[in-house]
Every structure is written in C-alpha cells, then in structure tokens.
Design a protein around this ligand. Structure first.
Ligand code: AMP
Ligand code: MG
Length: 491
C-alpha cells in the first residue's frame, strides 16, 4: 500500500481530453495556510495512511502551494441552466483539478475548491469562505455515512486571508475527492460541437459506464445505442439519488444543471439543508425566493435537468423520440427506489399496493404538525411497544394516533418478528443528522481555530445509525436559535 503521497500512482485522464475542455494553470495559494482537519476515511480510499497528514507536502498540496506530484493542474469548462434559465458558459471558477490518484479502491480525482481565480471565474474572486467550506466538508461525509452517493472531502485548509462577502470573512479550501466532477452542464457546453461532445461521451462511457458498450454477440454497439444506454444509466442513477435525498429529508438548494453529477453523486454543497421540522415545501436556500428547489420539487427538477442533458445529446444526431423514451424511465425508477427506502424506514417487509396512501398520510401528518423529521422516523421503531414517547413529538395527538392505528394494522399484516423489524428500521433511520445548528456550532469553533466540533460531528455522522452514549445532545431537536439560521448562495 503506498502510504505516502509520493509513492502514489497519479494519472490525468481528464487532461487527455481535447485542450478546449480546460485551462492548465496553478492555484493561487492561501497565505500561511493551516490544516484545520483531514479525513482518514477518504485518505484510506486513496491508499494513504493518516500519517500523510503530518507530511508538509500534504498541506502544500491541499492549500494550492504545490501540485500533486505527477498531476496536471487544471480548471474545467462547463455550462448550465441556473434556476431554469440558460446561463451559458460557467466552469471551475474557483476550483482546480489536481489529477487522479489510482488506488486499490478505484481512481479518485482530487480537486481544490476555493483555490483562486481561473478563466471561468466571471465576476467571482475564486475563493470560498470558511463557513461554506466547513459545511461542504461535513455534508459530504454525512451523506457518505448515510450511504447516499456523494463526492467526498479529504481536507479542510484555512487561512487568515480576507474574503469579501456581505461581511469580511476568512478563506478556506476544501480538497474534494470523486471519481469525476463532470456535470450535466459539461455536456450542455458542447451540445453544438459534435466532435467535443462525442469525445466527452466516449470518455465518460469508457471510464464510468463501460457496460453501455456490451453486446451479446461480440459485435460493437452503434454509437446511437451506446449514448441511449448511457442516458438510461444516468436517468436511473439520478432517479435513485432523488429517492435517497427525499427519504433522508435532504434539500440540495441549488439544483442547477451545472450542479448535477453525471455519475449520480450529490455534488456542490452550498445552501443545502437536512430538515428539522418537516415541511413538504421547505426551501433551504434563502436566495431561492420562488421555491424552485423546495424539497417536494426536487424529483421533478432532476427530471427537468435530465431533459436538458438529453437535449445536449441531440447534438450527436440522436432522434428525440429515442432520447425521450429513456427519459420516460425516470418516474418508475424513482418510485421503486422511493418506495423501497420508505418501506425500510417504516419497517415494512416490502412495499405493497395501498402503501402509497400510508406514506402520503405520513408526510401529511409530519407536515401539518411541523414534526421533527429525524426524531419521528427514528422513534417509530419503538412504537408498537410504547406509543407515548413518539406521540409527544406531535401537537395533535388524535391525528398522530389515527395514523398509528393504520400503521399498526399494516405491520400486523406483515407478521414480522419485532426484533427483525426494529433492527431494519434502526439501520434506515439515523440517530445523528447534520442539522443546521450542529454545522453552525462547528463553524463557530472552526472560526476560532478549533476543529474539535468538526471531529466530533464526523465521528457521529460516519456511523449515523449507531447510538453513542454521551452524545444525546447531537441527537435532539434543534434549539430555538436554529430557526433563525439562514443559508444562501453566497459562499
Ligand atoms: P455554484 O452555484 O456555487 O455551483 O457556482 C456557479 C458558478 O459560479 C460556477 O461556475 C462556480 O465556479 C462559479 N463561482 C461561484 N462562486 C465563485 C467565486 N467565489 N469565484 C469564482 N467563481 C465562482
Ligand atoms: Mg456549482
């Protein structure tokens, strides 16, 4: 196992794409950077022992002062639809791809975020503030702990360099890790340039969707069919991701097509939120005044975004009807995953006809009572034995009891041993969730140079289903001040 950075195998497959896809350049390092936190779980994916965190090279690389040995540093171009409107060219305006580490667990790209201006920065300063960097660092790992596909976070570096937002804040860089950072918007960017679009499709299919080329008879599959299969696979992954977000009470906040991973990963954590009190139309992004990316809109927005991806693929002369046919699979795949997730969370053997009504009424109950998402799910496992503790989460006890009666009748039909049901529910309903106020406390401490809260949260969130004695406060409903927290696009 290559325990040091220097012994790692580093490749640059993205840099082998035509030069129009990116600009080679160096990051703008932070002044006197400090390693605030580094993540042993992600280091392990790269084949690195946590000892590398003490290696001066590690801080140099993660602060933009030195390249990844063997890596070709670059910023990638992409385009996208933002809030439903074509925004034209965007790109890595404050991110630098360092290259990819080839490890036993796979090939992992390392990317700095907040590492300075690039040709794609537009009016931006190329920086990321500490607050949003801590949030991205924590959220990536919280999602991974929940088993939801996501980019990962390796390191969080801070500096006293000022960054000007509504107020003066301090700069930070997150080192993100993912098999790829390619977005729907990367394809949209090349919709009018068939050669580059084809190069991008081939690259993504060869590396991440090779099964799209499999033919039963050893013949090669026509390009058109490869692309259709590829779209199908992206539709499926995206639909399943949406089911995971919905049933985790996760709101992304900025589901623009440039923030949609072509691998079906959660990417670009900004003003996201894990819901405390459940509201079907919860909007976590303060800047989203229309509620375009509300919780209950996320699946249909993802579907809309997939239409934008498919439109871009028309640039390869693929008939619209054939593309539409693949897009049409979204709803069925979403529903299957969503029903499966909810069945596990409610302790059902499997989804049956009629359960949709029980599910809908569950959401209605939580919504009308503004009940706590996480506590209601987690507490439900203990209910057949004792109703009281769970019922205390609801103002209208009669309504909660009425739903419970139906739920108990449904469980009775399953004829399932209690211990088996409870075990399943406790593996599907987390105790610890990255609530806004927990992230906020970690940010406040980090601003004082103290990474203790980040460390504690990561410890809990990497195994969010396991109750840890002494950490009850992290599993409780938020304090009153939490409702005043606002997160916006400014980051
Ligand atoms: P986001 O909404 O954070 O996904 O960003 C949308 C686009 O704006 C992307 O192309 C980003 O690279 C770019 N961007 C966001 N913030 C900055 C910044 N501070 N400096 C330069 N570019 C930025
Ligand atoms: Mg983005």
């Amino acid at each position: 196992m290559p325990n040091s950075i220097k012994n790692s195998t580093v490749q640059n497959s993205f840099a082998d794409l035509p030069s129009a896809f990116y600009t080679r350049l160096s990051p703008q390092p932070l002044t006197q950077p400090r390693l605030l936190h580094a993540n042993p779980d992600v280091a392990a994916l790269l084949g690195w022992s946590p000892k590398v965190f003490n290696d001066p090279d590690f801080l140099d690389i993660c602060s933009g002062s030195a390249p990844l040995p063997g890596g070709k540093t670059l910023a990638a171009v992409y385009s996208g639809h933002q809030f439903g409107v074509w925004a034209g060219q965007l790109g890595d305006g404050r991110a630098h791809l360092l290259g990819e580490v080839v490890a036993l667990s796979g090939s992992w790209e390392l990317q700095l975020k907040g590492s300075g201006r690039t040709p794609y920065s537009r009016m931006g300063d190329g920086r990321a503030v500490l607050r949003s960097s801590v949030r991205e660092y924590l959220a990536s790992e919280a999602m991974a702990g929940l088993g939801i596909p996501t980019t990962r976070a390796l390191a969080l570096v801070v500096s006293d360099d000022p960054v000007y937002r509504e107020t003066v804040e301090t700069a930070a860089i997150v080192t993100r890790v993912s098999p790829s950072f390619i977005r729907f918007g990367s394809f949209e960017h090349w919709s009018g340039s068939p050669d580059n679009l084809r190069a991008l499709c081939n690259y993504v299919v060869d590396r991440f969707y090779p099964e799209c080329r499999d033919a039963a008879d050893g013949e090669s599959v026509r390009e058109q069919d490869v692309v259709l299969r590829f779209l199908r696979a992206v539709v499926e992954r995206t639909a399943r991701l949406m089911a995971d977000w919905q049933t985790a009470g996760f709101c992304h906040g900025v589901m623009n097509t440039d923030n949609m991973s072509i691998l079906g990963l959660t990417i670009d954590y900004g003003p996201y939120g894990f819901m405390d009190d459940f509201q079907v139309n919860h909007v976590c992004n303060h800047s989203d005044t229309q509620g375009r990316y509300a919780w209950n809109a996320q699946p249909s927005v993802a579907n809309w975004n997939l239409y934008r991806l498919a439109s871009a693929l028309m640039g390869l002369d693929i008939p619209a009807d054939a593309l539409k046919n693949e897009l049409g699979r979204f709803e069925a795949v979403f529903l299957q995953a969503y029903r499966g997730n909810l069945s596990r969370k409610l302790g059902l053997r499997q989804w049956e006809d009629g359960d949709d009504e029980l599910f809908d009424d569950w959401w209605r109950l939580l919504h009308t009572q503004s009940a706590d998402f996480t506590l209601c799910f987690r507490g439900l496992a203990g209910v057949p034995g004792q109703r009281e503790p769970w019922l205390s989460g609801f103002e209208d006890q009669a309504a909660a009891n009425a739903w419970l009666d139906r739920y108990m009748a449904r469980l009775a039909r399953d004829k399932r041993p209690d211990h088996e049901r409870i075990e399943q529910m406790n593996r599907a309903n987390p105790v610890y969730v990255l609530r806004n106020h927990l992230a906020e406390a970690a940010i406040q401490a980090a601003a004082q140079g103290d990474a203790g809260e980040i460390n504690t949260l990561l410890g809990l969130l990497r195994e969010p289903y396991v109750e840890k004695p002494g950490f009850e406060a992290y599993a409780s409903a938020p304090p009153d001040w939490a409702s005043r927290l606002e997160v916006s696009c400014s980051s």
